[in-house]
Design a protein. Structure first.
Length: 121
């Protein structure tokens, strides 16, 4: 499997669903905290055999880029860093009408993927 396909749209969708469900679905945060590696595997993230998932709950100064998420997931052999900030990064009120229409239409420009997915749970 090429790196492009392994870390493409499905990776990003699954990653951001982890973020959204942690913030919005009762009980999901507890499951994530109990065993980040198992949780990531259950949510469809590509965890390398024998690797562990290290959870980063720090609050960033800005939204993550796709490149940052992939870099931190793949940087250290045997370890994947999963960013799930303690607080939601952006809410519906923070999105423009155009961004909300993009969410409803199921399309996103590359520069707003993270914004869109942080809104979609």
């Amino acid at each position: 499997m090429s790196n492009d396909s392994q870390y493409g749209r499905e990776f990003l969708d699954n990653y951001l669903q982890v973020m959204g469900s942690t913030w919005r679905t009762e009980g999901e945060e507890a499951k994530l905290l109990a065993n980040p590696t198992e949780y990531a595997i259950e949510k469809g993230l590509p965890v390398a055999p024998g690797a562990v998932v290290r959870l980063d709950r720090s609050q960033p100064d800005s939204l993550f880029t796709v490149d940052e998420l992939i870099r931190d997931w793949t940087l250290t052999p045997g370890e994947h860093v999963l960013h799930v900030p303690f607080e939601e990064l952006i809410g519906e009120a923070d999105l423009t009408d155009a961004e909300l229409e993009t969410v409803a239409g199921g399309e996103a420009a590359p520069n707003i993927n993270v914004v869109v997915a942080c809104y979609v749970a």
